[in-house]
Ligand binder design. Structure first.
Ligand code: MG
Length: 373
């Protein structure tokens, strides 16, 4: 196994699993977590869940699955350079979106609104719920029984109220401590990946034009570099050459700035990391450039009328499903009816959150379409 730095999470010194199991053979505990995530049902569903574009809009757009793979690839590259645990990094990235509803953020907002009176809905908490409770694969326990470090990394945000309920895995939100560097890294690799692939998908969809994007300094800078090297380049090649340079600049900056932060604070263990400020970070200059790109995407892509139209429809589908199921829980599949006897709204939220985009549309049609049944 690769040696990691003392400030990295140490697989052999993991805080362990909720249910005791014999030690993993031939792989580290974090590798075992990663493998369990790849084999679980919620992971396969990511293929049919949206980031920005609904799955059926085009076969080449990112889905939550390809997004998670891109985040993993970026995060592992950086983890290796910083001597962090690559397997833990990969496990957290592959699990980070497991709790997402269908239809991306529109779906999450709608489900959260429906769940307001019952404790709300938040996709980070739901990702943890998936790996802790909802997956049913093992004889001895519900969920995947992952290590503390992977679970802690999945729980990116958490309110104080929820943290008090969740206990140990959320204690850092009460004690105001930081998570492992691996978890900090996944956070930023996530942002880095989606900003860049949304540029690519935005251009591919035609919702955003090259000339518009050239108003964003980081994009213009890299596009101009490409045109200098390849004056006749156009179309897909120009987009890709530009995006790959942006990714490379951001990865290099994140690696170097984080390495400098680590050097400055010199943590000697994961406990030191928990007490230090956030150490994995972009430099202030690149942070600002990335923010400008983010703002551009928000206004020009995420709020584009064609995306807004899709989001509005998605919100309606989710809230109509919720309303129908809460008034008639017998419409739930048997497994969720059993859960609903304990906590009806939560069981319905779990059911809806687990749906893929196309399953949600199909179920909505089955319940609402006025056509032969
Ligand atoms: Mg993500």
């Amino acid at each position: 196994m690769l040696e990691v730095a003392p400030y990295a999470a140490q697989a052999a010194a993991s805080r362990g699993r909720l249910h005791g199991e014999p030690a993993a053979r031939g792989r580290s505990e974090f590798q075992r977590d990663r493998d369990r995530i790849i084999h679980c049902t919620a992971f396969r569903r990511l293929e049919y869940k949206t980031q920005v574009f609904v799955n059926h809009e085009g076969d080449l757009f990112r889905t939550r699955l390809t997004h998670s793979l891109e985040v993993a690839q970026i995060a592992r590259t950086i983890a290796r350079q910083l001597n962090l645990d690559e397997d833990l990094t990969e496990a957290i990235t592959l699990a980070h979106d497991l709790g997402h509803t269908p239809f991306g953020h529109a779906g999450q907002d709608a489900l959260n609104a429906c769940m307001k009176p019952y404790g709300g809905f938040e996709h980070n908490l739901q990702s943890l719920r998936v790996v802790d409770h909802l997956e049913q694969r093992y004889g001895g326990f519900d969920g995947l029984n992952l290590t503390f470090e992977t679970r802690e990394g999945i729980l990116k945000h958490c309110s104080r109220k929820n943290a008090l309920q969740l206990g140990e895995v959320a204690e850092r939100f009460i004690k105001r401590r930081r998570p492992s560097l691996e978890a900090q890294l996944v956070n930023l690799a996530d942002e880095l990946a989606y900003n860049n692939h949304d540029v690519d998908d935005g251009l591919r969809s035609g919702l955003v034009e090259m000339e518009q994007l050239a108003t964003v300094p980081i994009f213009k800078h890299h596009r101009d570099l490409v045109l200098k090297t390849f004056p006749k380049i156009t179309g897909r090649r120009l987009i890709h050459e530009t995006v790959r340079r942006m990714i490379s600049t951001l990865v290099t900056d994140l690696t170097q700035h984080s390495a400098a932060n680590i050097k400055k604070h010199a943590p000697q263990s994961i406990e030191d990391v928990r007490r230090a400020p956030v150490l994995i970070a972009f430099s202030p200059r690149i942070e600002k450039e990335q923010l400008a790109l983010k703002q551009f995407l928000r206004i020009n892509l995420y709020q584009h009328y064609r995306v807004a139209r899709m989001s509005s429809k998605a919100r309606r589908i989710i809230s109509e499903l919720f309303t129908a199921l809460i008034s008639e829980p017998k419409l739930l599949p048997p497994e969720f009816q059993t859960r609903a006897r304990e906590d009806k709204p939560r069981a319905i939220a779990d059911y809806i959150a687990g749906m893929t985009d196309r399953y949600a549309m199909l179920e909505h049609r089955r319940l609402f379409a006025v056509e032969p049944i």
